[in-house]
Ligand binder design. Structure first.
Ligand SMILES: [Mg+2]
Length: 128
């Protein structure tokens, strides 16, 4: 599975048309690295339950930011918000939601690669 992202935060991506291309494995390596950095920065004294709740709240925050960009994309926001339009905001917010969801899954020991593989199989079965 290939994933394109616009941020240069992983250890071994390569560039193609100014877009960083990475394997899913590399995305998960970035998630492991970011998980360690976040624990060092914010979570030294927090319990597992507090970390999970904080990441759930963060995911909701990022989902709200994505929703704002969807409203802007459709022109359904106040003019002052529409005036702040930047074409990079929408893809950035999709990336934030994906990364934050993966960090939450990591903190709950969810095998996301298996979860995605199983879910894709299940979805594909609907069309057989
Ligand atoms: Mg965001």
């Amino acid at each position: 599975m290939k994933i394109a992202v616009e941020t240069a935060l992983v250890t071994s991506p390569y560039l193609y048309n100014n877009i960083i291309i990475m394997e899913f494995k590399e995305l998960l390596e970035f998630i492991n690295l970011e998980n360690k950095r976040l624990i060092k920065k914010f979570g030294r004294n927090s319990t597992q339950q507090e970390k999970i709740l904080a990441r759930t709240v963060k995911l909701t925050e990022e989902l709200g930011e994505l929703c704002n960009e969807v409203l802007v994309f459709n022109g359904d926001q106040r003019q002052e918000k529409l005036n702040k339009y930047n074409k990079n905001n929408l893809p950035n917010e999709f990336a934030d939601v994906i990364i934050t969801a993966l960090l939450l899954a990591k903190s709950m020991d969810v095998d996301i690669k298996k979860a995605l593989t199983d879910k894709i199989k299940k979805i594909n079965k609907r069309y057989k």
